[in-house]
Every structure is written in structure tokens, then in C-alpha cells.
Design a binder for this molecule. Structure first.
Ligand SMILES: [Zn+2]
Length: 450
């Protein structure tokens, strides 16, 4: 037995020597800096305090809103004071859609006022509202089966939640499908696994060839109530008034700060999140958290005096939620710069559990090795193929590698997503620190080992 243990020990040592054989000194520096990053990012809860300040002071940050512009100004000013090598912003024209008035009430078989949020981009009802009968459907197949009874009615979609990727089709296509059969408006249950009587907004879609009808989220509770009425043979009647304004485009900015690389300053690692949000709650998880985590990554390098070999560029993109104009503008202006990686964090602030990567196999072989370096701190974080994000997608389409951080939300992210529940109190300060720490470690390794 002892002999086996000895053989095992010899093999283990040989393997570790192989693993870290690049250069003892190089590896020592890397490991010691990872430890410094970990310690520094867990010293206090300043990242959470900054997140709360951003969310509390400016509130939700819909594209085209004064809130967004004020938060962009605040961030840019703070970045300047923090003294990075360069800080600047780049103008982006973003769509300006405004929610003006919303009112929804069951008038038959009994009166009940319903919480409601129009989906982003929804057209208005007439100024006097709509009074119409309701038809509840559970799926598009169900709608198809009942298409003969849709004309002149308000279609209420009540699909069970089967994961965001699948169920979100009702929010995206619901207005078009209902309008095709002559509905006068459509409502939908939130794309969320859990409800506490809150509607959840989000982006929706119209087609030029189909009549544009108003479309909004009601709550899961009310969608279920309307369905129960229908099952009992009652045809509920609703009053619906939604007033919105499409104000075209207005100027906003992507904000950028960077630390120049010490060896390869022209090789760029761009990372960040989107500063715009829906006009609900204060966009804490989506995506103030991703922005602040990324901000504290750059701040960590600055405060520790670590200057990585490659340039670290922090980007706060605008207009992820309803247009992607920030991501498109970034690609337009920076596509010829030598980006080694674009990294986005937009998956909610929970314990980190996954780094996704999309890029050439030659890089992938180096990246899977990173786990050997950070597993001491984050044994549960896996490195997996498949990374990216909406804001970095225009650059990834051009062939640049993309990465992202995933978190173990236990299904909770979509409890809050795009609703009034998305506020800083839903974020654990320790989780935020861990997200800062692992992103900093990954980007540092990427910069040094690439
Ligand atoms: Zn987001």
C-alpha cells in the first residue's frame, strides 16, 4: 500500500512539474497575483455599495431616458476620478420608446384591476381604451385551434414556464400571431418560473405586413384567473388602455475605461455589461450587477498595481434591451482593433459556476488549463465551450473570440428579470465579490498566458 502511495506521489509531482513547467518564477507571480486578487476583492462590500448607489440614485435606465443619461454621466465621472490610463465615451443613437399610461381591468364577471406592463415597443390602444371579450390560450397550437373565435377579442397567452429560451417566444411573437386572426390586443403571462403578482416586461416584435396591436404582460395569477373563468364557460371582459410613444432615436453613449497592456498594448481584452435596463425595478441583476462587477475588475487591477501584458478595456454598453445599438456601434468603431477577447457578464449576480468560451481550438487548449490556477479559489467554476453575450455578438460575428460568466442562480434569475422585483436587495454582496474575483482571475490568466 505504502509503495502504491509512493508511486502515486512521484507521478503526481511529475505531473504538477509538467503542469507548471513553463517557468517557475512566472507561475509563482501568477499564483501570487491570483491570491492578491482574491484577497482584495473580498476585503469589503464596496462593489455592492456602488451597485446600490447606481440603482437607488438613478433607478431604471431605459434607452432614451434621462435616468440612463444621468447614470452614464455618473459612471464616466467616477471612472475619470479613479485615474485609469484612458476614459472616454462614444455616442450611440438609441431608440426612445416611452410608457405613458397603463390601465387594465376585468369588468366581467367581476371588477378587478390588473397590474400590467406593456412590452417594449408596444403601440397604444385608442385614447379611450378597448373594451373586449377575452380568449385564453396556453400555446400557439391552442391559438391555431381556436382561430375562428379570436376576431375582435383580447388574446391572453397563459403558457406554462418551460425555461426562458423556450417560453420567451410568446412575448416575442404573441402580438403578431394574435393579430393575424383579428385580435384587437394581446396580453401574456410573465416569462418567469415564479410569480408574486408582478408583470414582467421585455422586448417584443411586430411585422410590417401584420396589424400592430397593443401587447402587454399581466401577472401569472391573473392569467390563471382568466383561464379558470373560461373553463367554467364564462367569457371574461376586459377594459384595456395602453398609451405609449415612439420618439424615434436619441443620443446616448457607450462608456469605456482601460488599462494599457505592459507588453502588447495593441492587443485588447474588452469586457463589461449593459448599463441600460428595462423601466422596471432598478435593473439590479440585469445588468447593473454585470456592469459593476466588470468595473470592480478594472478597479482591482488599478488598486493592486497589476498591469497585465495586454490592454484591459472595460465597456459599459447601452441599449442591449431593445435595439443592440451600443454593441453595433462598438463593432463599427473598433472592428479593426486587435481584440483577443470580448467578455460579457449579463447573467445575474449569483455564485459563479461557469466560464463559457467561444473561439478557436488553439486558444481553447490553453484556456481549459486555467482551471488549474484558479481551482484553489473556485473549485466549482467550470470552463466550458460556448460563451458570449448580446452586446458582444456583433464583434463575435466578425470572428473575435467571446467569453462570459455564468452563475448558479438555481432558477431564480427569472424571478426578478425585467420586473419591479429587480432591485439591489436581491443581490448578495458576497456573490458580487466572487463574480468580480473570478472575472479578474480569468482575464488576468487570459492576458498573461495567451
Ligand atoms: Zn441583460
Amino acid at each position: 500500500m505504502i509503495r502504491f502511495l509512493k508511486i502515486f506521489l512521484v507521478l503526481f509531482l511529475a505531473f504538477s512539474t509538467f503542469l507548471f513547467s513553463k517557468d517557475g518564477n512566472f507561475v509563482d507571480i501568477i499564483l501570487s497575483n491570483l491570491q492578491r486578487i482574491y484577497d482584495h476583492t473580498h476585503r469589503n462590500y464596496n462593489a455592492w455599495n456602488t451597485l446600490a448607489e447606481l440603482c437607488d440614485n438613478f433607478g431604471p435606465r431605459l434607452s432614451g431616458s434621462e435616468n440612463l443619461e444621468k447614470s452614464v454621466d455618473w459612471i464616466e465621472n467616477k471612472l475619470r476620478l479613479e485615474g485609469y490610463d484612458s476614459v472616454w465615451s462614444e455616442q450611440v443613437m438609441v431608440p426612445k420608446w416611452v410608457r405613458v399610461h397603463e390601465d387594465c381591468e376585468i369588468v366581467y364577471p367581476r371588477r378587478k384591476v390588473l397590474p400590467i406592463m406593456a412590452y417594449g415597443g408596444s403601440v397604444s390602444t385608442p385614447d379611450t381604451g378597448i373594451l373586449a371579450e377575452v380568449i385564453v390560450v396556453n400555446s400557439f397550437e391552442d391559438l391555431e385551434k381556436n382561430k375562428g373565435s379570436v376576431k375582435g377579442k383580447i388574446v391572453v397567452y397563459n403558457p406554462p414556464y418551460e425555461g426562458y429560451g423556450k417560453t420567451v417566444q410568446y412575448r416575442w411573437l404573441g402580438a403578431v400571431k394574435a393579430a393575424q386572426y383579428g385580435a384587437v390586443a394581446a396580453l401574456c403571462r410573465p416569462v418567469s418560473p415564479m410569480s408574486l403578482n408582478n408583470p414582467h416586461t421585455g422586448v417584443m416584435h411586430y411585422e410590417d405586413t401584420v396589424t400592430k396591436i397593443p401587447f402587454a404582460s399581466i401577472t401569472e395569477e391573473d392569467a390563471l384567473l382568466l383561464e379558470r373563468f373560461q373553463r367554467r364557460g364564462i367569457v371574461p371582459k376586459l377594459f384595456l388602455k395602453i398609451l405609449t410613444r415612439d420618439e424615434g432615436f436619441s443620443p446616448s453613449r457607450n462608456v469605456i475605461a482601460q488599462i494599457r497592456g505592459s507588453v502588447f498594448p495593441n492587443e485588447i481584452i474588452a469586457f463589461g455589461g449593459h448599463i441600460d435596463s428595462w423601466d422596471a425595478g432598478s435593473g439590479a441583476h440585469d445588468d447593473a450587477g454585470g456592469c459593476v462587477a466588470s468595473w470592480y475588475v478594472l478597479k482591482t487591477f488599478k488598486e493592486l498595481g497589476i498591469r497585465p501584458k495586454r490592454t484591459l478595456r472595460l465597456v459599459f454598453w447601452v441599449n442591449e434591451e431593445n435595439g443592440l445599438e451600443g454593441g453595433k456601434k462598438y463593432a463599427e468603431l473598433h472592428k479593426y482593433e486587435n481584440h483577443k477577447l470580448l467578455f460579457e457578464f449579463d447573467s445575474g449576480i449569483f455564485p459563479p459556476n461557469r466560464i463559457g468560451f467561444t473561439g478557436p481550438d488553439t486558444l481553447w487548449e490553453k484556456i481549459v488549463d486555467f482551471k488549474n490556477y484558479f481551482s484553489k479559489f473556485y473549485p466549482n467554476v467550470e470552463i466550458q465551450k460556448g460563451g458570449g453575450g448580446v452586446d458582444i455578438s456583433p464583434m463575435m460575428k466578425l470572428g473575435y473570440p467571446g467569453g462570459s460568466l455564468g452563475t448558479d442562480d438555481k432558477g431564480k434569475y427569472f424571478w426578478f428579470h425585467h420586473s419591479h422585483k429587480d432591485t439591489p436587495d436581491k443581490i448578495d454582496p458576497k456573490d458580487l465579490n466572487d463574480c468580480v474575483s473570478i472575472i479578474a482571475m480569468f482575464l488576468y490568466l487570459y492576458s498573461e498566458i495567451l
